[in-house]
Design a protein around this ligand. Sequence first.
Ligand SMILES: [Zn+2]
Length: 291
Amino acid sequence: MSVMHKGLAALGLVMLATPALAADDPLTAPVAAKYAGAFGEPAPPRLLYGNTWALGSPTLSVTVVDSGEGLVLIDAGLAQWAPVLEAHLAQIGHSIREVKLIVSTEPHYDHASGIAALARDSGARVVASEAGAQVLRAGHSGRSDPQFTELFAYPPVPVVEVVRDGETLRVGSLELTAHATPGHTPGSMSWSWKSCAHTGGCQAFVATASLSALTDEVYRYSDPANAQALAAFRGSFTRLRALPCERVIASHPQHAQAAGATGAAVEAPCRALADHFEGELAKVLAREAAG
Ligand SMILES: [Zn+2]
């Protein structure tokens, strides 16, 4: 073996020791630019309130909640974000190994393609709805997804636990409750928790799954075969309006802006979000009826 080859072997060992940084890591292989382009890069961590931080970009949310006895991640963003998110966690004094729980709002590539890498690097439990878990384990959606033909397949998540509507998960003293909000995908799930600050009390946070009525060229919400899915979508708006909700984190932040649901001055941000997207669904149904 030449000196050069010994050098390469040593480099190989270093790369094995830091899998998330390896250029050939299959779990962080970039989502194709055509799909990923709209989501930019993770911004530096921003403290939202108390124990709750935003790690995502202006168009794609990743949220971390610090229980004091471990971290919870809500969504993971794009697969190629994983090393950056881990570096950003380090900037706020946390190791990826402190993440004990990763929950998913929906199993589309933009929110979920990074889960496999972050779950591997953290050893965290991954939890989703039953329909969401099925897609995460496969790495791709089926025809029940309104956007089926326009989605990007991503690294499957080997082990995903299922949570039902209304169930509460605990990490330390933090309680995170699941709220089924299907419609954008059959398995969409929103999550609520209380974030408390040393001064200023607690705020009821809700991280909402996407509520947009987007479809590919085949799916129609008004198709009689999708009547149950449409009824479930309408139920999501009702459920969201009823939640204790002082701060909303939309899975795409611009959705909260469009609905007027951002900022501390908004009194009922979940209601604002539900009203806006129920209106958007009505427009889609009207377009389907017209043509
Ligand atoms: Zn989506």
